[in-house]
Ligand binder design. Structure first.
Ligand code: 13P
Length: 340
């Protein structure tokens, strides 16, 4: 057992505080720049810093957010007033986390499929981030659905990397968020998404166990079971929720303390409605705490409104807080569309 076992457990508990979620704000430089470019915001380090300061200094954010995932550039930055973001977060009670993977790259011999990289030198990077103040981490595996994919090769390669990352995190005092994103892109049916999500979770937990990861000290960050974005038949909220819960119940061990969904390109209202119904209808049947770890479904309205103009910051922060609040309600099964 990790010498950090006690601390890891406390971190998990704090991250999974009832009614709070994990804010994903760990977009890599290229992803952040892509989102800025769409809005004609200059893609400079200073604009990225300002945007992250906008998010973190949102008044009352910690009422709804337990923890936030940062990118390497961000974890080293400070507020305009010179307070390191990590220190600022510690002061307001938001646990800092770090994206550890180095992105999804083409998987050799498997056309159209990706494997997430970043294992080389990971032990040393974990030690450095722990010293900076991170207490948890994220690694995202990306699974693409198409006629002939995902291959078992792709599922095993990604699951193996996730498991090696998670074991190293626990050794070094960081709670690993194990992220398995089955992409929404494509015209597949929800049944096909169920099948792929199920196999992804099976292979992932096989590898986590094989690599001696302590399942009581991880957080799973899965995608929901959804119809492909271009599928002609879009499943109802009820169907998405029923299939998502069934898939998790059949494939996620009870030992896992928490599940925090990614939003994955769903509309912001759908991401909230799905999470809400899961908790409103199925909480009693779920052995894990179920909450959110959204990026786009929390940030998008605020980013669109800010648009790079600092005069818009206070209103953008209100918009961000609103989504955090609605998703916090959804994490307790207490959200209603009227709250929008
Ligand atoms: P979305 O909620 O925008 O899917 O992002 C979550 C995330 O952290 C992706 O890695």
């Amino acid at each position: 057992m990790s010498s950090y076992a006690q601390e890891l457990q406390s971190t998990v508990q704090a991250m999974m505080t009832d009614g709070k979620g994990i804010l994903a704000m760990d977009e890599s430089k290229s992803t952040c720049d892509r989102r800025f470019e769409k809005l004609n915001i200059p893609t400079t380090e200073e604009r990225r810093r300002t945007y992250r300061e906008l998010i973190l200094t949102t008044p009352h954010l910690a009422d709804f957010i337990s923890s936030a995932i940062l990118f390497d550039e961000t974890i080293r930055q400070s507020t305009q007033a010179g307070v390191p973001f990590v220190k600022f977060m510690q002061n307001i009670g938001i646990i800092p986390g770090i994206k550890l993977d180095l992105g999804a790259k083409d998987l050799a011999a498997c056309p159209g499929e990706k494997v997430t990289e970043g294992l080389d030198g990971l032990r040393d990077r974990i030690a450095e981030y722990y010293q900076i103040g991170a207490r948890f981490a994220k690694w995202r595996a990306v699974i693409t659905i198409d006629t002939d994919t995902p291959s078992e090769t792709c599922l095993v390669a990604n699951a193996h990397a996730l498991a090696r990352y998670a074991a190293l995190c626990q050794e070094g005092g960081l709670v690993p968020i194990v992220e398995t994103e089955v992409l929404i892109d494509g015209n597949h049916t929800i049944d096909r998404c169920y099948e792929v999500t199920e196999r992804t979770l099976q292979v992932t937990f096989d590898q986590l166990k094989l690599n001696r990861v302590d399942l009581e000290r991880i957080i799973l960050k899965p995608s929901m079971v959804l119809s492909g974005a271009n599928c002609s038949e879009q499943a109802s909220v009820e169907k998405v929720v029923e299939m998502t819960v069934r898939c998790l119940q059949n494939n996620v061990p009870d030992a896992v303390p928490g599940i925090a969904f990614l939003s994955g390109g769903q509309s912001i209202e759908r991401a909230t409605a799905h999470l809400n119904l899961i908790n409103a209808q199925y909480a009693a049947q779920c052995p894990w705490t179920v909450t959110f770890s959204y990026a786009r479904a929390i940030q998008q309205p605020a980013l669109d409104y800010w648009h790079g103009d600092d005069a818009n910051i206070p209103t953008a922060q209100q918009m961000l807080l609103h989504r955090a609040k609605l998703n916090s309600a959804a994490a307790q099964g207490k959200y209603t569309p009227e709250m929008e």
